[in-house]
Design a protein around this ligand. Structure first.
Ligand code: HEM
Length: 460
C-alpha cells in the first residue's frame, strides 16, 4: 500500500471517464442545482457507472459503482477531502464540528466524541424518545377523533428536534429555546441557496436575508454558549451528550474539548441529527400508507412484542421487522441523498483519471436504486433486509455513509426511528390525504417539499 505522501503527488496515465455533454455555459451546475435526483438517475442510465460532468470550471464525477464508492470513502479516503462548496458553506453555520472538519483536528474530535455514542451510553435516551412520541400521540387525540389531517413531516421535525434538544443538552427546544428551531430553519434555507443556486450572492452582502441568517445564528450560538457556561459554573454532571462531551478525554493525549469545540459539536449534532431522522420517519409513514401488507406485518410485530406496553430499549432486539421497515424506507428515501468529496491530488477511480481539485459525488438516492444491486428497485420491500437473506453490498447501501467518516449517530438514529415508529404504529393508522401532492425537495436532506398531509385514525 502506497503512503499518502506518494499518492498525493501521483500522476496517472489513466483515460478520462466518459463525459456527459451539458450544452450549457456553466456545464451541469443548473441541472445539479435544479433537479439533481433525476439528473443523476439519467446520467447513470445514459452514460454508465462513472460519469464526468462539469460545474463551471470544476470537473465533477458521478460515482455509481459500489466498488468505486468504497475506493473514495474507505480505501483511498485520505486522497479526498471535505472541501467542496457545500462543506465550506456548512462550516459558516456549524463551525469546525465533526461533519465539517478534516484531518488531524477531525480525528481528535472523533476520538473524544466516539464513546458518547456507544450502545451503552445512548441506551438511557430511549425513554426520552418514547416519552416525546407519547406526548405527540396525546396531542393528536382530538384531531384523530374528528377524522382530521396532520402534516406528519412537520410533526416529525418537531418531535426529533425535541428529542435532539433533550438528549444533547437537556433543553426543551419546543418551549423556551424556540430560538434554536427558528435559527436552524433560517440557516438551512440560506445554506440551500448558497449551495444549489448557480450564482448565489455571497453570505457577507448586507441583505435582509443575510442579516436574518447571521442574527439567528448568533442567537443560537449564544444560547448554546450560555448552556455550556452554566454547566461549567454549576459543576453538576448531567447525563446528556453535552455532559459526556465535557467529561470526555482524548484517549491518546488526555485533552478535552474547549468551549468553542463543545459549541461547534452541539450545533453540529443538532443539525445533523434532527432533520435527517425526521425525514427518515416521515418517508417511512408515507411509504407505509401505500403498502397495507407491510402495515399489517408491522402492526402484528409491534402488538406481539409490546403487548400494549410502552416501547423500551429492551424491545429493540425483538422489533426486527420494524427495523427492516426503517432500513428499507431509508433505501428508497435516503435522508442524506448525496455525499461529496474533493480530490486532493490526481488519482484514479474505476480505471479512470480523476484530476486534482475534482468534485466526486456519491448519491445514496441513485446507488440505493442501482438495478444490479436492488432487484425491482422501486418497490418498498422490507424483506430485503430480513436476517435470513444475504446482507446487501455495504457500499450499495449507505444511508449513514461508510468508512471513517460514517455517521457517528447511526445507532442513535436507528434506535430513535425504531422506537418512534413502533410507538406511532402501536396507536395510529396513517392514510395519505389524496388531495395533497407529495413532492421531493433534495435540500441538505431529502425533504418532502410541501410536507406530507395524512389522515390519522386511532387503532382500537
Ligand atoms: C436517519 C438519521 C441520520 C442519517 C441518515 C445520517 C446520515 C449521515 C451521513 C450520510 C453522514 C456522512 C456525511 C458526510 O460524509 O458528509 C453523517 C455524518 C454525521 N452524522 Fe449523521 N445521520 C443521521 C443521524 C444522526 C444523528 C442522530 C446524529 C447525532 C446525534 C448524527 C451526527 C452525525 C455526525 C456528527 C456526522 C459527522 C461524522 C464524522 O465525519 O465524523 N447523525 N450522517
Amino acid at each position: 500500500m502506497k503512503s499518502t505522501e506518494q499518492a498525493l503527488t501521483k500522476r496517472t496515465d489513466s483515460p478520462e471517464a466518459p463525459y456527459w455533454p451539458s450544452g450549457r455555459l456553466l456545464g451541469h451546475i443548473h441541472q445539479m442545482g435544479e433537479d439533481p435526483l433525476n439528473t443523476m438517475t439519467r446520467a447513470h442510465r445514459e452514460v454508465g457507472e462513472l460519469v464526468r460532468i462539469r460545474l463551471g470550471h470544476i470537473p465533477g464525477y458521478l460515482v455509481f459503482n459500489p466498488a468505486d464508492v468504497k475506493t473514495v470513502l474507505l480505501d483511498n479516503a485520505d486522497l479526498y477531502a471535505k472541501t467542496t462548496r457545500g462543506y465550506r458553506k456548512l462550516r459558516l453555520m456549524l463551525g469546525n464540528g465533526l461533519v465539517t472538519s478534516d484531518g488531524q483536528f477531525w480525528l481528535r474530535q472523533r476520538r473524544i466524541a466516539q464513546p458518547a455514542f456507544r450502545r451503552k451510553s445512548i441506551a438511557g435516551f430511549a425513554r426520552s424518545m418514547t416519552r416525546a412520541t407519547e406526548d405527540l400521540i396525546a396531542r393528536w387525540e382530538p384531531v384523530a377523533r374528528t377524522g382530521g389531517v396532520v402534516d406528519v413531516a412537520d410533526a416529525m421535525n418537531a418531535l426529533t428536534l425535541r428529542i435532539a434538544g433533550e438528549t444533547l443538552m437537556s433543553v426543551d427546544v419546543t418551549g423556551d429555546a424556540q430560538i434554536i428551531a427558528r435559527a436552524l430553519d433560517t440557516a438551512m434555507t440560506r445554506f440551500s441557496q448558497l449551495v444549489s443556486s448557480p450564482l448565489p450572492y455571497p453570505e457577507y452582502w448586507p441583505t435582509p436575508v443575510n442579516y436574518r441568517f447571521w442574527t439567528r445564528l448568533g442567537q443560537m450560538r449564544e444560547l448554546v454558549d450560555n448552556i455550556i457556561d452554566d454547566r461549567r459554573r454549576s459543576g453538576v454532571e448531567v447525563h446528556d451528550l453535552l455532559g459526556m462531551f465535557m467529561a470526555a478525554e482524548d484517549p491518546e493525549t488526555g485533552e478535552r474539548m474547549t468551549d468553542q469545540q463543545l459549541r461547534d459539536e452541539v450545533l453540529t449534532m443538532l443539525t445533523a441529527g434532527h432533520e435527517t431522522t425526521a425525514n427518515a420517519l416521515s418517508w417511512t409513514l408515507y411509504l407505509l400508507s401505500k403498502y397495507p401488507g407491510v402495515v399489517q406485518a408491522l402492526e402484528a410485530e409491534v402488538d406481539s412484542v409490546l403487548a400494549g406496553r410502552r416501547a423500551g430499549i429492551k424491545d429493540l432486539a425483538q422489533l426486527t421487522y420494524t427495523a427492516q421497515v426503517a432500513k428499507e424506507a431509508m433505501r428508497l428515501y435516503p435522508p442524506v441523498w448525496l455525499v461529496a468529496r474533493q480530490a486532493l491530488c490526481e488519482t484514479t477511480l474505476g480505471g479512470y483519471r480523476i484530476p486534482k481539485g475534482a468534485y466526486v459525488f456519491m448519491s445514496q438516492w441513485a446507488i440505493h436504486r442501482h438495478p444490479k444491486y436492488w432487484p425491482n428497485p422501486e418497490a418498498f420491500d422490507p424483506s430485503r433486509f430480513a436476517p435470513d437473506r444475504p446482507a446487501p453490498d455495504r457500499f450499495a447501501y449507505l444511508p449513514f455513509s461508510r468508512g471513517k467518516r460514517q455517521c457517528i449517530g447511526d445507532r442513535f438514529a436507528e434506535m430513535e426511528t425504531v422506537l418512534v415508529l413502533a410507538t406511532l404504529v402501536q396507536h395510529y393508522r396513517f392514510a395519505l390525504d389524496p388531495g395533497h401532492p407529495v413532492e421531493l425537495e433534495p435540500s441538505v436532506t431529502l425533504r418532502p417539499k410541501n410536507g406530507i398531509r395524512m389522515k390519522i385514525s386511532r387503532r382500537e
